[in-house]
Design a protein around this ligand. Sequence first.
Ligand code: B12
Length: 230
Amino acid sequence: MTAKRPATETIRAALRPHGLFLRGVVNFADSETAPTLVDGRRAAGVVLVGNVGSAIWPHFRAWQHAAPERGGDNPLDAWSKAVIGPLAAELGATAYFPSDPPWQPFQRWAMRAEGLRTSPLGILIHPVYGLWHGYRGALGFPHPLATEAAAAGPHPCDSCRDRPCLNRCPAGAVTDAGFDVAACRGHLRTEAGREGCMASGCLARNACPVGADYRYCDDQLRFHMAALQP
Ligand code: B12
């Protein structure tokens, strides 16, 4: 593997046609835990690749339409690998995926790279995109990378007085104590769950007023709810 030193702008440009975004950069100090590169060395830095709003959705659905067996059991993960894997090879990087065990600490990386904090739902909230974003992969390099500016703005939950996410969940699964996965899944199996969250997306996530312009499209919302079912 030849290690190249791509500019972050080069990576950003390669992601753009797929609706993907360069979300941030983490460089690891020598004393820190860091992921292993394909050649066995320790990564010096990772570039986080993610989705914002529904920008990936038409690209993903078009790919899935043409893919053997419609992309398999986890088509969004398969699409992420089909797009980010070849890009990593081209850049001399190692690709990591959020769905692949052992799980890499994507949320911790994002907190550090983008200055994000956790919402009561357990997912990170962005001051601009709200809860409507996620991570599709990361590119590891043997050298440090130019860092990016962190997300602008204070943590939105600090100034949220009504906290609608806490009282809108029909299963009471979102509390200050954390997200109760079993309670959520139990509700999704009921008729009310099928007609509510399964049909139009997690009601607690939908209730958050931050980043409403970036709310996922209906098809994307339903896809993610279906993926939550065991
Ligand atoms: C296992 C998992 C699940 C499980 C269990 C989740 C749970 N609440 O227990 C299930 C399948 C239920 C699930 C569901 C969903 N998930 Co999930 N999940 C994961 C996965 C694969 C691993 C999480 C993990 O344990 N990581 C291991 C540790 C080592 O990583 P970490 O970064 O250190 O993460 C931890 C810290 O951030 C810590 N933490 C949180 N807040 C704070 C604050 C402080 C101060 C500190 C120190 C730590 C800390 O908690 C995290 C989890 O343990 C991650 C992807 C990944 N690789 O991280 C996605 C991930 C967390 N999930 C994600 C999402 C979006 C969801 C769903 C909304 C998707 C959906 N289908 O609707 C739901 C609902 C989640 C919810 N409300 O909690 C996103 C979150 C994106 C974001 N904006 O933050 C991730 C990052 C995947 C992605 N592709 O982007 N998920």
